[in-house]
Design a protein around this ligand. Structure first.
Ligand SMILES: Nc1ncnc2c1ncn2[C@@H]1O[C@H](COP(=O)(O)OP(=O)(O)OP(=O)(O)O)[C@@H](O)[C@H]1O
Ligand SMILES: C[C@H](O)[C@H](O)[C@@H](O)C(=O)CO
Ligand SMILES: [Mg+2]
Length: 473
């Protein structure tokens, strides 16, 4: 039996502290603590409340103590692209502005006047999202260059939590690639891009891969918790950790289904071709320098916002059942339209869109939910066709991982529309991927293949086949 490893997985809508260890050849996980996460307004910006989140992380560590678990190690993963800047006294110079903040409006196009879009893509292989770190930093460079001049350290969100835990300042590779500032071939900061955009290169830290032993806890934290832990870098981009947990990877397209739907495949080399650029696919860094060839699709953010618009009167499970009752209602929206990135009211935005497109307007919570699920599947199918065309291979299976894999209606819709076998699970794929990387660093698991075999044995998947297929069997 191995020692416990602690995964801190913070998504855009929720965070969790999960302990995991090997027991008789299986990975056993235990959710220690779960907490909400959401964007807050600070001054004129949408931000993340990092102080609150770090207190929640510490509550999760304290909770281990209360149940008698003394984890050997800990690692933090979160969403991508967002960061903080520290000054020469290692004090926060900036709030943790959220990627949905409008400060990057127009910045990508402005940057293209200095650095060609094609060059940027062929050097980094990263999809064009207006909120990529590169455009967040360019927005600061354009509006407050003095701030950048004072910056001595650039830390992405998980890097910052690792710094608070250990005092060590590094950038982790998988999340660093989401900035669109890392060269896909040299695997380090692309100084040419930084210089062209006038972003000071000195503040970027050395890039370390997953499995790096960063160090131990700060002394004051050992005193507070009553025990020490090794801090091991997982794949700190949550989707990179989730993809590690995909049990099958050769014939499988994964959909990491949470706030976003990240749909893609795992490659050993980046695909930075004109076709990949045209379809806006990304090559985010993965474990062992693999690549996550994927595309962001708006995802379950939309149903999260609908749930909020209805003042949380309905659970996600209830919204799914209400959608299931609306078999006759069909309206398809373009889920990746920028208007759905952060509308004041998602229900009204969807209704307006349907009116403008002369489609039936969803009136009930069930109709709104069904419209979202139907429309997500249309976007998934298009991305799957693009992947198979660009990669030049047909995939027989889809593996839905993350919280969204609990949406059995959506899983069935995916199977019906794509005709492929859909496997659902693990729900906590991100935390599982985080934990197995720590176990690899500790020598309890030797290889990624071995990790995936253990994961497959430990977490049974639900299988969905198309109605047409079922009709045949
Ligand atoms: N019981 C359920 N039935 C159907 N869907 C569910 C259920 N529970 C959660 N979900 C879906 O899972 C989503 C949350 O997924 P998940 O917990 O992976 O997201 P997260 O980790 O908080 O955020 P991120 O995607 O940023 O990592 C919710 O938005 C909801 O749509
Ligand atoms: C903002 C990013 O696109 C987002 O974090 C995505 O990369 C992701 O991983 C969501 O969990
Ligand atoms: Mg998540």
């Amino acid at each position: 039996m191995s020692k416990h490893c602690l995964a801190v997985d913070i998504g855009a809508s929720s965070g969790r502290v999960i302990a995991g260890r090997l027991e008789e050849g299986k990975l056993k996980i235990n959710e220690i603590y779960r907490f909400d996460n959401h964007i807050i307004q600070k001054g004129s910006h949408f931000c993340w409340d990092l102080e609150h989140l770090f207190q929640e992380i510490k509550k999760g560590i304290h909770a281990c103590q209360e149940i008698g678990i003394k984890p050997e190690s800990i690692g933090v993963d979160t969403w991508a692209v967002d960061f903080v800047l520290l000054d020469e006294e290692d004090q926060l110079l900036t709030e943790a502005v959220a990627y949905r903040d409008p400060r990057t409006d127009g910045m990508m196009e402005k940057a293209f006047q200095i650095i060609g879009k094609e060059q940027l893509y062929f050097d980094t292989g990263i999809q064009f999202q207006k909120f990529n770190t590169i455009y967040q930093l360019y927005a600061i460079q354009q509006t407050n260059p003095e701030l950048l001049r004072q910056a001595r350290t650039f830390l992405m969100i998980p890097d910052y939590f690792h710094y608070l835990l250990t005092g060590k300042k590094v950038n982790e590779y998988t999340n660093a690639t989401t900035t669109q500032l890392v060269n896909a071939f040299t695997r380090t900061w692309d100084k040419r891009i930084l210089r062209q955009l006038g972003i000071n290169e000195e503040m970027f830290q050395p890039i370390h891969p997953p499995k790096t032993l960063l160090g131990n806890l700060r002394k004051e934290l050992v005193k507070e918790f009553g025990f020490d832990m090794k801090v091991i870098l997982p794949a700190t981009h949550d989707t990179a950790s989730a993809v590690i947990a995909v049990p099958e990877s050769e014939n499988t397209i994964y959909i990491s289904s949470g706030t976003w739907s990240l749909i893609g495949v795992e490659n050993h080399d980046p695909i930075c071709t004109a076709d990949a650029l045209k379809c806006n696919f990304t090559n985010e860094g993965g474990i062992d320098y693999r690549f996550r060839f994927l595309k962001n699709i708006m995802g379950l953010w939309m149903i999260q916002e609908v749930k909020r618009n209805y003042r949380d009167r309905y659970s996600f499970a209830q919204l799914v059942e209400m959608a299931r009752e609306e078999k006759e209602f069909t309206s398809i929206i373009h889920v990746d339209d920028g208007r759905f990135l952060k509308p004041d009211n998602m229900v009204e935005e969807i209704q307006k869109y349907c009116q403008e497109m002369n489609q039936p307007v969803p009136r009930t919570p069930g109709q709104v939910a069904k419209c979202i699920f139907d429309s997500l599947v249309v976007s998934y199918q298009k991305a799957i066709q693009e992947i198979e065309e660009i990669v030049g291979k047909k995939f027989s299976q889809i593996n839905v991982i993350g919280g969204g894999c609990q949406n059995e209606l959506l899983n069935q819709m995916i199977a019906d529309v794509t005709g492929k076998e859909v496997y659902a699970g693990p729900v906590e794929a991100t935390a599982i991927g985080n934990i197995v990387v720590q176990l690899m660093a500790l020598g309890d698991i030797q290889t990624l293949d071995q990790a995936r075999t253990i994961i497959k044995r430990s977490f049974p998947l639900r299988r969905f086949v198309s109605k047409k297929e079922r009709g045949r069997v």
